[in-house]
Design a protein around this ligand. Structure first.
Ligand SMILES: [Zn+2]
Ligand SMILES: [Zn+2]
Length: 472
């Protein structure tokens, strides 16, 4: 009985952990590794295990760093079920199809260059058919329902407060003797925050014997009262007075809806300047529809907003414009009006956000507001760190004259205090022996390890790819 860590091990992206029990293998998440393009492509393509020998997958949530390599798994011969909540399944439907499109387009661009040099073309990581075959393998399980994964293995999904449908996963590994208490492995998935708008708060999964826990912000305390709504209001007024554009790179699924929800609150209270707000991402538009169809995931604030608002839609207001078509997106380039543009990708690696940055980054009247985690080496991270005066977009250099700021209080991840609290409560009623810290860079992991050890919660490891945690 053991877990082997294959992804999000000493790094944030590419979540992938294999549970071994009674000769069976259960994969927790199968995420896309994101980083330098060439390394990422190789790493995502070459799965470190035999996909045909994996018996089942349990998916914590739909974010691409957790779900995005499932089509590679299927392409490599995986034939088992993929368990997730129904909201995660619905979001994965659009995200994996979108990801397949990105993979295909990425290779097209590279292959054009290779053809000019007389080099053989690359094949995409995976294509639409693999994404669709992946979706066929999904089995929806609602929160708080114990279900059979395989003979001798049961599991239960608990709210993680991180994004719509996100779960912490409880896995119970039974021995051959029915008298024995099963070994309980808890995988946190990504743990959100109680303040997170729209969705229910994280729940505690008590009685863990072994814990795999995310530590994205293991060395960070989120600023007290980091009030996202107040920041949005302030920045919107500033940009309106500058007659500029406010560009918000945001993940299409989750962060975009949260920002829209906050802007809707401001608009309802007459606190937004009279400027248009464009959500420019077909994926964001589609996922907003999915949000609307999963009220079982909503917190009280969201449910009250639906009941109280005249239009019964807290994800829409008069000045809001959801954009699907490429032409409408391009038309924004010519608009001289001050406006807010929320677009993807959230780390500025691809997608329409690049056009908006290209057209506005050299202007002093532009403000770029980051609303989420930026992985090292991404354009988003370079801009946020303000480490370069000039950045390359589509291979061309652009001077950064725009102002850059960050939306505090908008984190989708628990901070150090919240992680410690979560771990302590998870340890209750159980006999917590080992904790593996994943989904983090080394610095936050090392700091959180120190804090967990001070509290004597169990022995703590920071696994490298391929490392194992033995379980009894
Ligand atoms: Zn996530
Ligand atoms: Zn994640």
């Amino acid at each position: 009985m053991k877990v082997q860590f294959w992804g999000a091990a000493q790094t944030v992206t590419g979540s992938m952990h294999m549970v071994h029990h009674n000769g069976k293998q259960i994969l927790l998440d199968c995420g896309l590794y994101q980083g330098r393009r060439k390394i990422a492509f190789e790493r995502n393509k070459n799965l470190p295990f035999d996909a045909t020998k994996v018996d089942a997958v349990i998916l914590s949530h739909a974010h691409i760093d957790h779900s995005g390599n499932l089509p590679s798994l299927v392409k490599a011969g995986f034939k088992g079920p993929i368990y997730s909540t129904s909201a995660t399944r619905d979001l994965a439907t659009i995200m994996l199809v979108d990801s397949a499109k990105i993979q295909t387009n990425d290779v097209k661009y590279v292959n054009k260059k290779r053809a000019k040099k007389g080099q053989a073309p690359f094949t995409p990581l995976y294509e639409q058919e693999h994404a669709i075959e992946t979706l066929r393998r999904f089995r929806s399980i609602e929160y708080n329902n114990l279900f059979d994964v395989l003979p001798g293995v049961t599991a239960c999904l608990h709210t993680a407060g991180h994004m719509l449908g996100a779960a912490s996963v409880e896995v119970n590994l039974h021995s051959d003797n029915p008298e024995d208490k099963p070994t309980r492995l808890v995988f946190s998935g990504d743990i959100g925050r109680p303040e997170q708008p729209i969705i229910k708060e994280p729940s505690i999964v008590a009685g863990a014997d072994y814990l795999i826990m995310e530590a994205t912000y293991g060395n960070r305390i989120h600023p007290e009262g980091g009030d996202a709504k107040a920041t949005l209001k302030e920045v919107a007024h500033k940009v309106y007075n500058d007659r500029g554009k406010l560009i918000i790179p945001a993940f299409s699924v989750g962060r975009t809806q949260e920002i829209v929800f906050r802007l809707n609150q401001l608009a309802e209270n007459g606190e937004l300047p009279p400027m248009k707000v464009h959500v420019d991402s077909p994926l964001a538009v589609n996922s907003t529809d999915i949000f609307r169809s999963h009220p079982e995931c909503f917190d009280d604030e969201m449910i009250n907003a639906i009941l109280e608002e005249a239009d019964e839609d807290p994800l829409n207001f008069d000045k809001l414009n959801y954009i699907r078509s490429a032409n409408a997106s391009k038309a924004l380039n010519h608009s001289k009006e001050p406006c807010i543009i929320i677009s993807a990708s959230g780390m500025c690696e691809a997608g329409r956000i690049l056009h908006h940055l290209k057209n506005n980054i050299t202007k002093k009247s532009t403000t770029i507001l980051f609303a989420g985690y930026q992985a090292p080496h991404t354009l988003g991270r370079i801009l946020l760190d303000q480490s370069l005066e000039e950045v390359k977009i589509y291979g061309q250099p652009y001077r950064v004259n725009a102002q850059v700021c960050k939306l505090e209080g908008s984190s989708g991840h628990a901070d150090q205090h919240e992680l410690l609290e979560w771990a302590s409560q998870t340890a209750e009623l159980g006999n917590l022996k080992k904790i593996a810290l994943v989904h983090c860079e080394m610095e936050p992991a090392t700091e959180l390890k120190k804090q967990l050890e001070l509290r004597k919660l169990g022995s703590v490891m920071i696994p490298a790819p391929g490392d194992e945690m033995e379980m009894k």
